[in-house]
Design a protein. Sequence first.
Length: 281
Amino acid sequence: MARSAGRVLGVSLVLALLGLSPPFLSSYLLTLFTQALIWAILAMSLDLLLGYAGLASLGHAAYLGLGAYSVGVLTTRYGAGFWVVLAAGVGLALVVAAVFGLVALRATGVYFLMITLALGMVVWGLAHRWVTLTQGDNGISNVPRPDFLSTWGLPWSLARPLPFYYFTLVGFAIAFALLWIVVRSPFGQSLVGIRESESRMRTLGYHVWLHKYVGFVIAGGVGGFAGVFWGYYNGFVSPTDVELATSVEVLLMVALGGRGTLLGPAVGATVIVLLKNLVSV
């Protein structure tokens, strides 16, 4: 009980720091921390697979791309609002994860890894070759930021760094809360048991495949959620968002922060984002 209370206190302090410090930061640092929050969502979604279910994936960037391309296509072609885009991006990622999970979870170990790699390559191929929809290598540019705050009568524009940071922070908090509930639930504890010993969990009467499948789909949906924020933040979507290097980068974030912790991959994402920008300066 004391350990659980300590974790809640620690998370609360982190969120308080993230909420109170931005007004004192420069616009450049705000953009870096906004990037870090988005990648943290993606890394935490992969942690549900890798850290809790023991399933390493080389195609997780596909869900980021599905969410981001939903933003690019729906806003630039149809002028869709945020809630429509959010539903489409997350829904598309959920559907793809649900379909692909039926195939991927028939394999284990390195074979599962190769199938997830194939998923990433399929989505990358579509982004690269479906030029009439995705603009191919040129990508989709001039993606507008959401403007639903103005319709609520609020004076903040998400085109500015500070309001968009808080917008992203809310998204991060929602994703973290959802994943926290999942991993702390009996379902999440079952995933840990499956990671440790599938045969033992089968003996105890658990439907191992179904548990892994549900975890796979949830991870894909949260990855699509991160992609929606990435598309809005970047204002540009291209095949590089779904390439293998992006999936490997997310794996590195989880490994660096510590798998099976949720907040660890978020810290790993922050470190990687800061280092990438430091090196590129």
